[in-house]
Design a protein around this ligand. Structure first.
Ligand code: NAD
Length: 492
C-alpha cells in the first residue's frame, strides 16, 4: 500500500507547508526506512494556527452550530474512519511498528469514540435548578471552553488524538492539534477525513513539529483557553508551568506504573495469559501496561515459571506478519532508554528470569527490538519497580496477605490503572475500593470503552478523557439567574 496522504500542516482550512525548507523524516521502527517526509513547523505555524482557531471561535461559527448538527459531523468522521480503516491501520503499523491486528482494533475503537461523542453531543444542554428567590429562574448551561491546544504522544497516535478531537468538536470548541513529531501519519489522514466530513475551516487545525517549539507555543499562548496533553510526566510538569501564564484549563494524561495483583485463588492460566497481554502488546509502550506484577507467595514460583515458558515462544517481528506477537520499540532513542532502565534493574539486584537484552535474530537487527523481559526478586524500592520504563519489562514482587498486596499496589507516585485477579468477589471489591487508581480491572486488564472515563489519580494526571467527563472537560459551566420580579432583590 502506498502512503498517499497530505504531508502538510492544516491551518484555517488550507493544507500548507509543502514548500518548507525545514522537514523531518518519519522512520519505520521495524527497518529504519524513511516512510515519509513532513514539514517541520515551529512557533510561526503554531501562532498562525492559534490565530485561526481564535478568530473562528470568536466568530461563533462552530459554537453556535446546533449541537445535534455538530454531532452529525462527528458521526460522519466515525463513518469515514470505518470506511478507510484498512489504510489507517496500515499507516499506524508502519509508523509505530505495532501489529496490524492491533492497529485494526485501534481503528474500530477510534470510530467508536467519535460515534459515542456524536451520540451525546446534544444530550447535556444544561438544567434548571431550584432558586431561593420566588419568581425567578436559575439555569445552569454548558458552553464550549474556546480554543483548545491538544498535544499527543507516539504510542497510540490516533487513539489518543480521537479522545481529544471528538469531545472538543462535539462540545463546540475550536482546536489546534500537535501530534507527536515522530508519528504524525494517521493524524494527518484523519484531518483529511474531518475536512471531508464538513468540519468548517478554522475549527480544527493541525501543526506538525516538536514539543519544544509548537508544543511550547500552544502551552504558553494567551489565545489558548485549554491545553489537553497526553505524554510523559516531566513534559506534563513543564506544560503545567507554561499553562499558568494565562491560567489555562488543563487536562493531563500522564504515565503509569500499573500494578497487577494475582491472588492464589485466581484462574491460573487466564491470569498468566492476561498478565503477559497486559504488557507485551505494543512492546509495553502503553501508559496502562500492567508492568508491576504482585503475586501471592504460594503461587509465585509456579506463576513465574509459566510466564517464562510462554515468553520463550513469543514471536517478535514485523507488524505486517500475521504471526508476529510483538513489534519493535518506537525509536533508537527509546530503545537506549529501555536498555538503560533494564541495566539499572540488574545493578539494583533484580534477577532477569528471561530477556533483558536485544534479540540476536539477524532479521531483527535493523529494527528497534528488545526482548520481552521478566525481572524477579524485585523489591518496592527498586527503580524498575517505581519508574515507568515504557518497554516490554515486567517486574514481579511477592505478597502473603491482602493488606500487604494493597500496600505494594499503592506504593507509587502514579495512579493510572491496576488489576486484581481472584475468584473471591468480596475480596475483589475490597481491593478495588482500596486501589488509588483511575481504573481498576477485576479479572481483566487493559480494556477501554468510549463511555468509561479514563485518567489518573496522583501524578498520573489531571482530569478525565472518555465518557461524559471527557466531554465536560471541553465545556465551561455557566449559571444564569433571571429575576422576574419588578424590583431587584436587595440582599444588603
Ligand atoms: P512526551 O512527553 O515525550 O511527548 C508527548 C508530546 O508532548 C509530544 O507531542 C511532544 O512533542 C510534546 N512535547 C514535548 N515537550 C514539550 C513541551 N516542552 N511543551 C509542549 N509539548 C511538548 O511523551 P511520549 O514519549 O511521546 O509518550 C510516552 C508517554 O506518554 C508515557 O509516559 C506514557 O505513559 C504517556 N501516555 C499516557 C497516556 C494516558 O492516557 N495517561 C496515554 C498514552 C501515553
Amino acid at each position: 500500500m502506498d502512503v498517499n496522504i497530505q504531508m502538510q500542516h492544516y491551518i484555517n482550512g488550507k493544507w500548507t507547508g509543502a514548500d518548507s525548507e525545514n522537514t523531518r523524516d518519519i522512520i519505520n521502527p521495524f527497518n529504519q526506512e524513511v516512510i515519509a517526509t513532513v514539514p517541520e513547523g515551529d512557533e510561526k505555524e503554531a501562532k498562525e494556527a492559534i490565530a485561526a482557531a481564535r478568530a473562528t471561535f470568536d466568530k461563533g461559527v462552530w459554537a453556535t452550530t446546533p449541537a445535534a448538527e455538530r454531532g452529525e459531523i462527528v458521526r460522519k468522521i466515525a463513518e469515514l474512519i470505518q470506511r478507510d480503516k484498512e489504510e489507517l491501520a496500515y499507516l499506524e503499523s508502519l509508523d509505530t511498528g505495532k501489529t496490524m491486528e492491533e492497529s485494526r482494533g485501534d481503528m474500530d475503537d477510534i470510530a467508536g469514540v467519535f460515534r459515542y461523542y456524536a451520540d451525546i453531543a446534544d444530550k447535556d444542554g444544561g438544567e434548571m435548578i431550584d432558586s431561593p428567590v420566588p419568581n425567578s429562574i436559575s439555569q445552569v448551561v454548558r458552553e464550549p471552553v474556546g480554543v483548545c491546544g491538544q498535544i499527543t504522544p507516539w504510542n497510540y497516535p490516533l487513539l489518543q488524538a480521537s479522545w481529544k478531537l471528538a469531545p472538543a468538536l462535539a462540545a463546540g470548541n475550536t482546536l489546534v492539534m500537535k501530534p507527536s513529531e515522530i508519528t504524525p501519519l494517521t493524524t494527518l489522514k484523519v484531518f483529511e477525513l474531518m475536512e471531508e466530513a464538513g468540519v468548517p475551516a478554522g475549527v480544527a487545525n493541525l501543526v506538525l513539529g516538536s514539543g519544544a517549539t509548537v508544543g511550547a507555543e500552544l502551552s504558553t499562548s494567551d489565545d489558548v483557553d485549554l491545553i489537553s496533553f497526553t505524554g510523559g510526566i516531566e513534559t506534563g510538569k513543564k506544560i503545567m508551568q507554561a499553562a499558568s501564564s494565562n491560567v489555562k484549563k488543563l487536562a493531563l494524561e500522564l504515565g503509569g506504573k500499573n500494578p497487577n495483583v494475582i491472588f492464589a485463588d485466581a484462574d491460573f492460566d487466564t491470569a498468566v495469559d492476561q498478565a503477559l497481554n497486559g504488557v507485551f502488546f505494543h512492546a509495553g509502550q502503553i501508559c496502562s501496561a500492567g508492568t508491576r506484577l504482585i503475586v501471592e507467595e504460594s503461587i509465585h514460583d509456579k506463576f513465574v515459571e509459566a510466564l517464562v515458558e510462554r515468553v520463550k515462544n513469543f514471536k517478535l517481528g514485523s507488524g505486517f506478519d500475521e504471526d508476529t506477537q510483538m513489534g519493535p520499540l518506537i525509536s533508537a532513542e527509546h530503545l537506549a532508554k529501555v536498555e538503560k532502565y533494564v541495566q539499572k534493574g540488574i545493578e539494583e539486584g533484580a534477577t532477569v528470569a528471561i530477556g533483558g537484552k536485544r534479540p540476536e535474530d539477524p532479521e531483527l537487527q535493523n529494527g528497534f527490538f528488545f526482548l520481552p523481559t521478566i525481572f524477579t526478586d524485585c523489591t518496592t524500592d527498586m527503580s524498575v519497580v517505581q519508574e515507568e520504563g515504557f518497554g516490554p519489562v515486567i517486574t514481579v514482587e511477592k505478597f502473603t496477605t491482602e493488606e500487604e498486596a494493597m500496600k505494594l499496589a499503592n506504593d507509587s507516585i502514579y495512579g493510572l490503572s491496576g488489576g486484581v485477579w481472584t475468584n473471591d468477589i468480596a475480596k475483589a471489591q475490597r481491593c478495588a475500593a482500596k486501589m488509588r487508581m483511575g481504573t481498576v480491572w477485576i479479572n481483566e486488564f487493559n480494556l477501554y470503552f468510549p463511555h468509561a472515563p479514563w485518567g489518573g489519580f496522583k501524578q498520573s494526571g489531571i482530569g478525565r478523557e472518555l465518557g461524559k467527563p471527557g466531554l465536560e472537560e471541553y465545556t465551561e459551566t455557566k449559571h444564569i439567574f433571571q429575576n422576574l420580579n419588578p424590583e431587584p432583590i436587595n440582599w444588603f
